[in-house]
Design a protein around this ligand. Sequence first.
Ligand code: ADP
Ligand code: ADP
Ligand code: ZN
Length: 218
Amino acid sequence: MTVPVRVVFLGPPGAGKGTQAKQLAEHFEVPHVASGDLFRKHQVENTELGQLAKRYMERGELVPDGVTISMVLERLQEPDAANGYILDGFPRTLEQARALDKALAEHQRSIDRTPLLQVDTEELVRRLAGRWLCSKCQRPYHEVTAPPKEKGICDVCGGELMQRADDQPDVVRKRLQTYEEQTAPLVGYYKEQGKLRTVNGDQAIEDVGRDLISAMME
Ligand code: ADP
Ligand code: ADP
Ligand code: ZN
């Protein structure tokens, strides 16, 4: 393997997937594909899929596999993803992981690496409670650990920052439970394939980024 370009980020809500995936995507010059961002875009555009997804997202539950798989696989067929991508938030169930592997195998391709960001639960809750998201480009910020240069404004695109309704503590608890029940089994799935790389996500953002790049090249 030369450069690992087809990457799946694993880790619970708040682990830093979005933060790190954006940086890694720039590093490897491939698109960052985040299923949560795609669903939020559908909601802003008020599409049928957006309305359906909203009902699950506001409860901290997963959107059904069928529509989720179609949405992401379609995105991966766009020309900018021909040479690779950083997936963030997908797959989240074994059914999604198998569908992704199957779609890739049809083109003699496969996922190269699945980094897992490990962070303990208390820290996850703290991170999500202080998370702000750019309403335009969906870049994550944190009021304490990763503040924007100018309050309320995205450093990169100038968009207005907002907080997610599902980052409220009661929905966060449900999302963490959903992760344990439905997404954590993916760790074993990718470990068996020899693709899992575990990284300590409870460090400064730059240090996580450095460890990630070295873990990915192993
Ligand atoms: P995820 O995509 O896994 O849910 P995010 O990348 O959105 O996670 O990060 C969750 C929150 O934690 C955001 O507010 C982000 O700014 C902040 N954050 C990300 N990485 C770190 C870190 N290493 N240390 C402290 N805060 C972080
Ligand atoms: P986080 O970055 O905090 O983990 P996301 O933005 O990835 O959160 O996801 C927000 C919500 O969108 C999830 O709680 C879920 O309702 C829905 N969602 C995102 N990705 C998927 C997926 N692959 N399968 C099912 N639902 C998803
Ligand atoms: Zn922005």
